[in-house]
Ligand binder design. Structure first.
Ligand SMILES: C[S@@+](CC[C@H](N)C(=O)[O-])C[C@H]1O[C@@H](n2cnc3c(N)ncnc32)[C@H](O)[C@@H]1O
Length: 354
């Protein structure tokens, strides 16, 4: 049994640690965290959250979510992603008052939500291997497992600023940059992906304003560019009718691959989802793809941390926390595992090779 009185000092420490870690990277949340560490009434609100979710970012995302619906509030003037001019008043005072005045709404969010990321710049992870696969066996059909709002299914529909390599792509309304080191085969055009689907146990519907607002709320307000990119990606996902179906990685991937195979060479993509599965479920997922790959030609692009997911092909014996991109292919039943690159957690740079 965990008693709440034992949790509060630990919680205060979490906020203090957060404040120290993000002093320069996220100055607004760092200030809030330093203050909240000493605000017992605010810490008390967090008692409704599941123990694993009693983390500073859940409190900040919940307040951000409410603020995105009250943009004229004084506090909003301190959020760089909302305000154009710096506000008056002490941001930390305003934050504490804002949260306590909305204690019921805050508790509702804290009890029921968890932080969510769906990062459009991760499309960089799929661009290079899919260009290789397109040249080998295209056109392609993507099954994105753990797709969240499906934003990474947009990878064939956006533009890329490859550094070096220049601009490629179809849509100038959303261009993502990728700083490249090493010597990847630089694509001259985006791969031909005829069909895609997303699979997620908790899919986010980009057409649902409430769900979209939560996704936006999980972006840190100092990261203005990231916030704007997310909004552009959501508009594009709406335009292209991106859909994510409710389903489980292990139980539903085989039928998804069968559907994909009717449209092109099936490519399964997983990015920062395998760490959500228990080790035995990760093994079951690998077994399932091995089984499917023994019956038809299949490819799997893995963008995960070997440290978090040692059961995946190419990860055993590695304690790298960094994201590694690995390409697994099954051709005529023969499996091949190729480590391609290491990369920034949101895809801003890629280092090709080992
Ligand atoms: C951190 S998000 C990553 C989203 C996206 N792949 C990206 O890279 O931006 C992880 C996603 O995996 C989903 N997920 C967790 N367990 C899953 C499972 N067993 N099957 C399918 N999706 C799962 C979560 O709901 C969440 O949307």
């Amino acid at each position: 049994m965990i008693y709440y009185r034992d949790v509060v000092p630990d919680l205060a420490k979490r906020f203090n640690d957060f404040a120290q870690s993000f002093d320069t990277g996220a100055p607004l949340y760092s200030q809030f965290a330093r203050r909240v560490a000493n605000e017992r009434t605010v810490l008390d609100l967090m008692s409704v959250a599941p123990v694993s979710q009693r983390i500073p970012v859940l409190l900040f995302a919940s307040a951000h979510y409410l603020l995105l619906d009250e943009r004229s509030h004084e506090l909003a003037q301190h959020y760089p992603n909302i305000a154009h001019e710096k506000g008056s008043g002490v941001a930390t005072d305003l934050f504490v008052a804002f949260v306590l005045e909305r204690a019921d709404a805050m508790k509702e969010l804290l009890a029921n939500r968890s932080t969510q990321t769906n990062e459009i710049s991760r499309c960089n992870w799929f661009l290079f291997p899919c260009a290789m696969l397109d040249a080998e066996l295209g056109p392609l059909a993507q099954v994105d497992v753990g797709s969240s709002a499906g934003l990474n299914q947009l990878f064939p529909k956006i533009s890329y600023d490859l550094r070096p390599g220049g601009l490629i792509g179809n849509n100038t309304s959303l261009t993502i940059a990728c700083n490249i080191t090493g010597e990847p085969p630089i694509p001259r055009q985006v791969p031909n992906v005829k069909w895609s689907m997303g699979l997620d146990t908790k899919p986010i519907d980009v057409r649902n304003d409430v769900e979209v607002r939560w996704l936006e709320a999980c972006v840190w307000p100092d990261q203005v560019e990231r916030f704007e990119r997310l909004q552009q990606a959501i508009s594009l996902a709406r335009l292209h009718n991106i859909e994510v179906e409710r389903g489980d990685a292990v139980d539903d991937v085989a039928q998804a691959v069968d559907r994909a195979a009717q449209h092109g060479h099936p490519v399964v993509t997983t990015s920062w989802v395998m760490n959500y599965l228990a080790p035995d479920r990760r093994i079951a997922f690998v077994d399932e793809l091995n089984r499917v790959g023994s019956e038809l030609d299949l490819s799997w692009i893995i963008a995960e941390s070997p440290y978090e997911t040692p059961e995946l092909p190419g990860h055993s014996g590695s304690d790298e926390i960094i994201t590694v991109i690995t390409l697994v292919t099954w051709r005529k039943g023969q499996r091949n595992v190729q480590r391609l690159a290491t990369t920034h957690p949101h895809g801003h740079w890629i280092h090709w090779g080992n």
